[in-house]
Design a protein around this ligand. Sequence first.
Ligand SMILES: C[S@@+](CC[C@H](N)C(=O)[O-])C[C@H]1O[C@@H](n2cnc3c(N)ncnc32)[C@H](O)[C@@H]1O
Length: 319
Amino acid sequence: MARVSKKTARGRAAPKPAKVGSGELVSLLDYLRYAVSRFVEAKLAFAHGTTDPVAEAAFLIGEALHLNPDQFEGFAHARVTAAEGKTILDLIHQRIITRKPAAYLVNKVYMRGLPFYVDERVIVPRSFIGELLDSHFGGEDGAGALIDDPTAVERVLDLCTGSGCLAILAAHHFPYAAIDAVDISKGAIEVATRNVDEYGLDERIRLHRGDLFAPLGDSKYDLIITNPPYVDAEGMAALPPECRAEPKLAFDGGADGLDVVRRILHDAPDHLTPDGGLICEIGRGRDLVDEAFPELPLLWLDTEESEGEVFWISAADLG
Ligand SMILES: C[S@@+](CC[C@H](N)C(=O)[O-])C[C@H]1O[C@@H](n2cnc3c(N)ncnc32)[C@H](O)[C@@H]1O
């Protein structure tokens, strides 16, 4: 009987998986190249802490070898042991067959250089607000600061906190602030609790389970940060498999994506101090938001990888 060879989508024979100890793959760089080729071939999506196959592969290999992503280059030509090689190949395989974000496979993601625990109970952190805290909120050079003096910020609210990543980054930016963080998901609050504990911030960050502002009484904040669910129905139907591995609750913003954003804009004025402000990520819905709230002078903020996906509005302008 004729042997049937496995074919790729383009009709070429699929390469056999690399074998540990065969001498085919020796250094970290060899494993990196191999992973990148397999990831590209499998047409994976990259949007969960890395945005390209090289960074994704370097992250997974680094995690398998207990190396920080910054250390990869220094060890690029180092040999990988047989046991390490097996772990790396297994992670590459898992990434391709499960289509889960790499962060779920190793229960870790880096955001602004800080590690956070993640699992399927939370979306993998990647909010543009992380970068904006650095660039616009008393970070590196203070240029374009929306809050002049981070040390004067007394209370911060992180609405829709997920893993707690933005609340934790905010705690670093606003060293004297008490922070409340809210999520409606029990699993998210469990993950956030773990991250807050790991950073020793349990005395500064209070986690609340509930619907937006509901658990907060009439508390007022100098700064409200939020990365709410904002994907519209069309976007939900087109999510890549990687995103379908994440909680639906983290994405689903209703028919036009703005269900939660509208509620936040409606209720935020009651929870801001007079000099405070709101920073809110809304993804690609800028035109819709501008149309829905023509009276609001929203300031649209750009990051290295986004244009107009986050807005800022001061309490005074919110009315
Ligand atoms: C896009 S994720 C953001 C998570 C995190 N802040 C981040 O940037 O990685 C949105 C989060 O909002 C939560 N959420 C959805 N609806 C909510 C509501 N009505 N009240 C509070 N949290 C809600 C989800 O459980 C999810 O964790």
